[in-house]
Design a protein around this ligand. Structure first.
Ligand code: OXD
Ligand code: MN
Length: 598
């Protein structure tokens, strides 16, 4: 067909159909060129969507502010729309596809009038890799286009792929009126389709990320016998050049990004480790012909939380976000650079806060609460290639082999610093029973504990009972499954103070994990799994008070029996659908605890 940069009929028909619905003034195809990007940046500055930051200090960087009620993922407005309610499961909000399409269609109708509709062909994973999946996002937001250009491989190279194979996820987004009452994030896994309307927040609108790479991909992965997980991927290189890779799942804003690019702590410098960052959020894993699990990061950028990012928590990220970065909802300083709570440098004397108001330190709102300069979930979007620790295997089509899978949560009590599951099935139980205290990345009450199996609760695109079954089945497909671990960096003492220093010191625990993978150390058998002997954790240079490590490694019988009640309730929600293997593990743990200590 004429006038289109593709001959893919399915794609052209869909673009025409959607343009009739949304009625944009014009259609622009994103080609992935630098020239087009620069034009979009200029237009965004003129329209006020972006503010160009100090180009000497922050070259290629911009600031964006969202609507005040559009600052995080809105899980209560996020739906899985399968024909049968059962297939979405108790872990998801469900709407029938017919109702969902009808409701959203009414909001999309004419929503792009007077605006441009951008067509973004994108590949999650290296273009042409058998691991990768293609999507096309239609959006009326330049902010979305510019973020997608950082987060995914976009443009003509992807269109070329679509000439060979017209299998792609249809992703439709419109800001519409940015009205929270007309906001819907809808997934139609049976149609390979995503519709998002009424929001401009990254997690809701960068449809290649959570929506495609987790919710839709998890559904597809089960059918195709692979795994789409909410996990970082990192490599740990020893001085002899051997690199071992791990994947780790922590709920949102629990330090995945910091861990993925840590710099070895002073005390371990003598060992000469080097860290390679493959990804900080999403891992797609397949069993390869060697019987091991191999992973790719489908993304090409970071969409990270700004507050708390500084040279201590994450020096590599501080380096990464110095150029070609889009900041969202941070504070603007008078010199046109940015600041957030917990960033490097002094608190500025004044600035413009994330809402666009004049800001001074110690300002209070009507209720006497401090007014933050940056929103607690303020973000930066930056290319992974900016990262000093970016892996040299990012473009490799087969990814990296995974030696260990690590689960973790933010728990003040109960979970010890680290433990290892007895085997794959027990590991699935450990992942399925993960719990964490809520953070600013989710709408809800901060501090409240919620079960978040494999950190996938908000991202599993189908019934989690089936997801657990899929995990169990994957174990059977692997001759060499990764070993499974659980970590908790957030345990506190009787005064509520963190017992473990965290951040780069976490490498000490990764070291033990790799030693276990390579059968280099023994471990203590406890009811919950294998725990380290304290002398097997290298604490050189830490100056930790006597007895702290023992406290961090303590398994408290009463706390765990209490924990089991929560697990029982959670598992009960899946009724007869829950794989019986998980109840077997539950009973076995209860039995071991009963026999344990006092
Ligand atoms: C994220 C999240 O933005 O998990 O990565 O919320
Ligand atoms: Mn995430």
């Amino acid at each position: 067909m004429e006038g289109f940069p593709t001959t893919n009929k399915k794609l052209i028909d869909w673009v025409i159909k959607i343009s009739r619905l949304c009625e944009p003034e014009r259609i622009v195809w994103i080609d992935g060129s630098e020239e087009q990007k620069l034009t979009l940046e200029k237009e965004s500055v003129v329209s006020g969507e972006l503010l160009r930051l100090n180009q000497e200090k922050l070259p290629g960087c911009f600031l964006h502010r969202t609507a005040h009620d559009d600052v995080s993922r809105t899980e209560h407005l996020t739906f899985i729309c399968t024909r049968k309610k059962r297939d979405a499961g108790p872990n998801n909000n469900w709407m029938s596809p017919a109702r969902a399409y009808n409701k959203a269609r009414a909001i999309f109708k004419g929503s792009m009038s007077g605006r441009t509709m951008y067509v973004i062909p994108f590949s999650m994973g290296p273009v042409g890799s058998p691991f990768s999946k293609i999507g096309v996002e239609l959006t009326d937001s330049r902010y979305v286009v510019l973020n997608m250009l950082i987060m995914a491989r976009c443009g003509d190279a992807v269109l070329k792929q679509l000439e060979k194979n017209d299998d792609f996820t249809k992703c439709l987004h419109s800001k519409a009126q940015l009205d929270i009452n007309k906001r819907l994030i809808l997934h139609f896994p049976e149609d390979n389709t995503i519709w998002s309307v009424g929001s401009g927040y990254g997690g809701n609108v960068l449809l290649g990320k959570k929506c495609l790479s987790l919710r839709i991909a998890s559904y597809v992965a089960r059918k195709e016998k692979w795994m789409a997980e909410h996990m970082l991927i990192m490599g740990i290189e020893e001085p002899n050049g051997h690199v071992e890779y791990i994947a780790a799942a922590f709920p949102s804003a629990c330090g995945k990004t910091n861990l993925a690019m840590l710099i070895p702590p002073e005390g371990l410098k003598r060992k000469g480790y080097r860290i390679w960052t493959v990804g900080d959020d999403i891992s797609w894993m397949r069993v390869d012909s060697d019987g091991s699990l191999w992973a790719i990061n489908p993304e090409t950028g970071f969409f990270g939380v700004a507050p708390g990012t500084n040279s201590k928590s994450n020096p590599n990220m501080v380096e990464t976000i110095k150029k070609n970065t889009i900041y969202t909802n941070v504070l603007l300083k008078p010199d046109n650079t940015v600041w957030w709570e917990g960033s490097d440098g002094d608190v500025p004397n004044q600035g413009i806060d994330w809402k666009g108001n004049t800001w001074k330190p110690n300002m209070k709102d009507g209720e006497g609460k401090p007014i933050k300069g940056a929103h607690a979930n303020a973000r930066f979007t930056a290319p992974i290639t900016n990262c000093p620790s970016a892996s040299f295997r990012l473009e490799q089509h087969h990814g990296v082999p995974i030696s260990a899978i690590i689960f973790g949560g933010r728990r003040q009590h109960v979970s010890p610093l680290v433990y290892q599951a007895f085997n794959w099935q027990h590991g699935v139980f450990v992942g399925a029973t993960m719990g964490s205290e809520l953070t600013a990345a989710q709408v809800g009450k901060i501090g409240q504990v919620r079960r978040d199996p494999m950190a996938m609760l908000p991202f599993c695109g189908y019934n989690m009972a089936d997801y657990f079954r899929h995990w169990l089945n994957m174990g059977k497909l692997m001759a060499k499954p990764p070993k499974v671990f659980h970590v908790n960096w957030f345990r506190v003492d009787a005064h509520g103070k963190f017992l473990w220093p965290g951040f780069c010191e976490n490498l000490r625990i990764l070291e033990w994990i790799l030693d276990r993978c390579n059968n280099k150390v023994n471990a203590m058998e406890t009811p919950i799994g294998y725990l380290p002997y304290p002398f097997d954790i290298d604490l050189t240079g830490l100056n930790m008070p006597e007895g702290t490590l023992e406290k961090l490694l303590k398994v408290e019988k009463e706390e765990w029996l209490e924990e089991l009640k929560g697990v029982n309730k959670f598992f009960g929600e899946f009724k007869k659908d829950l794989p019986k293997e998980l109840w077997v593990e539950y009973e076995a743990l209860a039995g071991r605890l009963k026999k344990y200590g006092k």
